[in-house]
Design a protein around this ligand. Structure first.
Ligand SMILES: *Cc1c(COP(=O)(O)O)cnc(C)c1O
Length: 432
């Protein structure tokens, strides 16, 4: 399989090269040259297959022959060593729980898959790759955990000092080994700007192979299509018209769902559920795409003002606005509405959602008003305890900490404080 850059000014390249680079030399996002539908029999008998068989069949064409089948099977199996349960709240709404991985964020799957691919590609050479990532919270922990101990890969995480939750900070500062946390005196945008500057700094990139581990990287983005297959497997015997409501920030997750649909998965419709960062909601209303500075909300993993994967969605629909609008609805909700939803979900279904899942729930409810016969699955993208202060404050009960969280809470934080790009650069040039 070859990948091309969506800026169309860089040569096509291999899966390996696209994963190692992250971004194409022309700064475009990589996109697969073909998406070939899976045979009807795959979906017809999906309930008889294990999750790792399903995932292997689905991802195989995107890797091509660059990783031998047996190795790819192992990578997929190791990546998916936990459950993806669909919890039916009633006959109209289900929650797809994507938080059963080691850091309790849905980003675990993409991070683990990407780490194992890089490990495979590094097996026979002495090349070192440095994964540089800025985080507002969840990405850092998932990437740190996914890449821990992976040969030939160093991970450097930049996070804004005092602006991630206590649990999130522990998840990215306590692992050691090949993981380093840089604690930035600033906000998330400062971290992101420093990372961007590093990628275009030729003095740095001539001396080291830097790559990204956010959803611009195809190995982090594509495995997210598994979630939609796993839900279908669980729901196909019960519901005919399955719709997904995806709490969206950079739109990587929902775009992967659309790839699953191109593979032939019978999904009726997608809902992009947004907080007040509503560029896409506005786009579908006005046909005009207007990126904005992000605003802070209680569903902060979705505080994105210019979703990086939206260009991939456009590519999937050949920039045909009407075709996209047929398949995608988007709604946006305030923090007040999100808080009310958390309460409603708890009261009505005795279920505890996190603020991101609650935004997905609101999108599902809104869609169902006009489409009462459909079944909407909202993606529960993080465990409620990762947003403990909001959830406990709104629902007014104490939420029990899961084992994964208990395991890090008492560990000692180790971080290196930095406050400027030049300090980042000095660190990178001297790290070894
Ligand atoms: C990253 C994240 C999202 C947004 O996912 P995108 O792929 O960026 O749209 C939603 N919820 C949580 C908890 C996240 O960590």
């Amino acid at each position: 399989m070859k990948y091309y850059s969506l800026n169309k000014k860089a040569p096509k390249t291999t899966f390996e090269d696209a994963v190692v680079r992250g971004l194409a030399p022309d700064k475009g996002l990589y996109f697969p040259e073909y998406i070939t539908p899976l045979p009807y029999s795959f979906f017809d008998s999906i309930e008889n297959k294990s999750n790792s068989e399903i995932a292997f069949e689905a991802i195989k064409q995107f890797v091509g022959d660059e990783i031998p089948e047996n190795d790819l099977r192992t990578i997929v199996k190791d990546t998916l060593s936990f459950d993806f349960p669909v919890v039916e709240l009633d006959f109209k709404i289900s929650s797809l729980e994507l938080f059963h991985g080691p850091t309790m964020a849905f980003k675990d799957v993409g991070a683990r898959f990407m780490a194992r691919c890089l490990e495979y590609f590094n097996k026979n050479n002495s090349r070192k790759v440095t994964v540089l990532v800025a985080t507002s919270g969840d990405t850092g922990g998932a990437v740190a955990n996914g890449f821990l101990g992976v040969k030939g890969v160093d991970v450097v995480i930049l996070y804004p000092s005092g602006k991630v939750s206590a649990i999130q900070e522990k998840q990215l500062t306590t692992l050691g080994q090949n993981i380093t946390a840089l604690e930035v005196d600033g906000v998330f945008d400062d971290c992101q700007d420093m990372v961007k500057q590093a990628f275009v700094d030729e003095e740095l990139t001539s001396k080291m192979q830097l790559t990204s581990a956010n959803s611009i990287n195809i190995a982090r983005w594509l495995p997210q299509l598994f979630y939609f297959l796993f839900s279908y497997k669980q729901l196909k015997s019960k519901y005919e018209n399955i719709v997904f409501s995806v709490p969206s920030g950079n739109f990587g997750n929902i775009c992967a769902g659309m790839v699953a649909q191109k593979l032939g998965l019978p999904i009726k419709h997608f809902i992009a559920s947004n907080n007040s960062n509503c560029v896409v909601t506005n786009y579908l209303e006005t046909k005009s795409y207007q990126p904005k500075a992000s605003v802070q909300t209680i569903s902060n993993a979705m505080d994105v003002g210019n979703p990086s994967n939206f260009i991939r969605i456009k590519e999937l629909y050949n920039s045909d606005f009407n075709e996209l609008k047929e398949n995608l609805s988007s709604y946006s909700f305030s923090d007040d509405e999100t808080r009310k939803a958390l309460l409603e979900i708890h009261k009505t279904y005795n279920y505890i959602a996190d603020p991101h899942g609650a935004v997905g729930y609101l999108g599902a409810k809104k869609y169902l008003q006009n489409n009462p016969g459909d079944h909407v699955v909202f993606l529960e993208t993080a465990h409620p305890t990762k947003f403990l202060d909001v959830v406990e404050d709104v629902i007014n009960i104490r939420v029990e900490l899961p084992e994964q969280i208990k395991a890090v809470i008492d560990k000692e934080k180790v971080s290196i404080p930095i406050s400027s790009y030049s300090e980042l650069k000095t660190y990178l040039l001297n790290k070894n």
